[in-house]
Design a protein around this ligand. Structure first.
Ligand SMILES: Nc1nc2c(c(=O)[nH]1)N(C=O)[C@@H](CNc1ccc(C(=O)N[C@@H](CCC(=O)O)C(=O)O)cc1)CN2
Ligand SMILES: Nc1nc2c(ncn2[C@@H]2O[C@H](COP(=O)(O)OP(=O)(O)OP(=O)(O)O)[C@@H](O)[C@H]2O)c(=O)[nH]1
Ligand SMILES: [Mg+2]
Length: 452
C-alpha cells in the first residue's frame, strides 16, 4: 500500500477525522442526472476502497471494466470503468481511485455510500482535492487560481488564459521578477560586506539601484496592464442615453432574445439588465440602463442613478441617441465613449456627430457596430504576455512596487534598502503562495466545486 510522505496514518491504520490524511471522496462530475459520472477518492484508503468495491485494483493508469459492489451487502451497484492512479504521480499527489459509473442520482448515491462505508473515507470539502495538490507541492497558488478559472471559463480566450496560468506561466513570470530582486539584494549585501574595506568593487550600489529602477518599471507596466483581469471578469459595455433611443432594443438584438422590455413609451427601463456575449472569444457584459432624464418618479430616478454608475464602471460606454434627435452625451465615462445614432430607418435620420449610424429595426450598421465592439473587447482584454488576473495579484504587486519606489526615492543606507527589497520579494512570493497565504487558501478552495 502506498503511504504519502506528507500524512502518515495512526498505528491502528485508521486515519483520524478532520485531518488532511483522511481519504476523501466526492462526485467529481456535475451534480444531477448525466450519462456518466465520476466518483473520485484520494488518500491512503483509496486503494483498499477500490479493492472492496471493484474486486481488485486495475493496473495503474489503465481503465478497466468492472462490476461495482457494495462492500457491506455485496449488492451490485453498477458496472463501469475503474481507474487506479497511485501517488505521488497523481493529480493530488496521493493515491487516487476513480469509479466511472452511469450518472443517475441513485447510482451516484449508492457509489458514494459504498465508498463512505470503507473505514477512513469521508466526503470531501469543496476544493479539497486541489488543496491536497497544493499541499503536496504539485501546484502553486497562482496555478490553483488558474485551475479555478479554467473550470469557470466560458469563452475560448478565457480558457486559453486560464490554462496558461494553471500551467505555471504567471508563476514563472512572477518568479523571474523575484529572482531579479534577489539578485539586486545580493549586490546590496556585497556592498555592505565590502563597506569596511578600501577596495570596494566599484559601483555595486549603483548597479543595484539601476536594477531596482528597471524592476520598478517592469512591475509598474505589468500593473498598468489590466487586460488579463478584464478577460477573466468580462469586458463591460454600458448602453446609456436618452429615453426611447432604442437601448433595450439593441440589447435584445445583441443577446438574440427578448431580455429587456421594449415599449413605445419613454422611461420603460428602470433596472439594469445585463447580458453576456462571447465576442471573438472575449466575454462581454452588456448592460442596458434606464434612459437619462429629469423625472419625478422615484423608481425611475433610482434607475437613472444606476445608469450613471454603470457608465462609470464600464470599459466602454455606448451613448445611444435617436438619429433624428441628436443629444450631446451628458454622462461621465471613465473610459471610451462611442456615440451611436439609432433609428436610421426613419425619415430625418442623420449620422451627425455620431461614431456609428444604425437601425436596430432594419439591421443597418449593426454588423459594423458588433465588429467594432469585438475589436474593442479584444484590444481591452487580451495581450500576449500572461498578465495579472486577480485583485490579489495587483495588491501584492502594488506593495512590491511601493517598496521599490521607496528605495529609489531616497538615498537609503544599504541595510535599509535591502530590507525594502526583502519586503518586495515577500510580496511577490504571496502571488505564488510561497509566503503566508492561509486566509487566501480558505477562501479560494471554498469557491471550488465539491469534487475538484
Ligand atoms: N478522470 C479524470 N480526468 C481528469 C482528471 C482526473 O482527476 N480524473 N483531472 C484532475 O484534475 C485532470 C487531469 N489531471 C491529472 C493530473 C496528473 C495526472 C498524473 O497522473 N500525473 C503524473 C503522471 C503523468 C504520466 O504518467 O503521464 C505525473 O505528473 O507524474 C493525471 C491527471 C483532468 N482530467
Ligand atoms: N423606427 C425604429 N424604431 C426603433 C428602433 N429601435 C427601437 N425602436 C423603437 O423605439 C421604441 C423605444 O425602444 P426601447 O428599446 O424601449 O428604447 P430604450 O432606449 O430602451 O428606452 P427607455 O428604456 O425608455 O430608456 C420602441 O417602440 C422600439 O420599437 C429603430 O431602429 N427604428
Ligand atoms: Mg429601455
Amino acid at each position: 500500500m502506498t503511504e504519502t510522505a506528507l500524512f502518515r496514518d495512526r498505528d491502528d491504520g485508521s486515519p483520524s477525522a478532520g485531518e488532511p490524511r483522511d481519504t476523501i471522496v466526492a462526485l467529481s462530475t456535475a451534480a444531477g442526472r448525466a450519462a456518466v459520472a465520476v466518483v473520485r477518492l484520494s488518500g491512503s484508503r483509496a486503494g483498499p476502497a477500490l479493492d472492496a468495491i471493484a474486486g481488485a485494483r486495475p493496473a495503474p493508469r489503465r481503465a478497466s471494466y468492472r462490476t461495482f459492489r457494495s462492500p457491506t451487502g455485496g449488492e451490485v451497484i453498477d458496472r463501469g470503468l475503474a481507474l487506479w492512479l497511485p501517488g505521488p504521480g497523481s493529480a493530488t499527489g496521493e493515491d487516487i481511485a476513480e469509479l466511472h459509473i452511469h450518472g443517475g442520482r441513485a447510482v451516484v448515491a449508492a457509489a458514494l455510500e459504498a465508498a463512505l462505508s470503507v473505514p477512513g473515507v469521508r466526503m470531501a470539502e469543496p476544493g479539497e482535492f486541489t488543496r491536497r495538490a497544493f499541499l503536496a507541492g504539485r501546484m502553486d497558488l497562482a496555478e490553483v487560481e488558474g485551475l479555478a478559472d479554467l473550470i469557470e471559463a466560458e469563452t475560448e480566450a478565457q480558457r486559453r488564459q486560464a490554462l496558461r496560468q494553471s500551467s505555471g506561466e504567471l508563476s514563472a513570470r512572477v518568479e523571474a521578477w523575484r529572482e531579479r530582486l534577489i539578485g539586486a539584494m545580493a549586490l546590496l549585501e556585497a556592498a555592505i560586506d565590502f563597506s569596511d574595506e578600501d577596495d570596494v568593487p566599484a559601483g555595486l550600489r549603483e548597479r543595484a539601484q539601476e536594477e531596482i529602477g528597471r524592476l520598478a518599471q517592469d512591475l509598474s507596466a505589468a500593473l498598468a496592464d489590466t487586460r488579463a483581469e478584464r478577460l477573466r471578469d468580462g469586458f463591460r459595455v454600458a448602453l446609456v442615453g436618452p429615453p426611447n433611443a432604442g437601448k433595450s432594443s439593441l440589447l435584445n438584438l445583441l443577446a438574440r432574445r427578448e431580455a429587456a422590455i421594449v415599449a413605445d413609451a419613454p422611461g420603460t427601463t428602470r433596472d439594469v439588465i445585463e447580458t453576456h456575449l462571447d465576442l471573438g472569444g472575449v466575454p462581454v457584459i452588456v448592460a442596458d440602463t434606464a434612459g437619462l432624464r429629469e423625472t419625478a418618479d422615484a423608481a425611475e430616478q433610482e434607475g437613472v442613478r444606476r445608469s450613471t454608475l454603470q457608465a462609470r464602471a464600464a470599459d466602454l460606454v455606448i451613448w445611444l441617441e435617436d438619429a433624428a434627435d441628436p443629444t450631446q452625451p451628458s454622462i461621465e465615462a471613465s473610459s471610451a465613449l462611442w456615440r451611436v445614432a439609432n433609428k436610421a430607418d426613419l425619415a430625418g435620420a442623420k449620422k451627425g456627430e455620431a461614431d456609428h449610424l444604425i437601425s436596430v429595426r432594419s439591421g443597418l450598421g449593426v454588423e459594423e457596430l458588433i465588429a467594432a465592439l469585438t475589436e474593442a473587447a479584444r484590444a481591452g482584454a487580451s495581450g500576449e504576455a500572461i498578465g495579472l488576473t486577480r485583485a490579489r495579484h495587483r495588491d501584492a504587486l502594488s506593495a512590491a512596487v511601493a517598496a521599490l519606489r521607496e528605495c529609489l526615492d531616497h538615498p537609503l543606507p544599504e541595510e535599509l534598502a535591502a530590507e525594502l527589497l526583502r519586503r518586495a520579494a515577500g510580496e511577490l512570493g504571496r502571488i505564488t503562495g510561497k509566503v503566508g497565504v492561509e486566509d487566501v487558501l480558505d477562501r479560494l478552495f471554498a469557491s471550488f466545486c465539491i469534487g475538484k
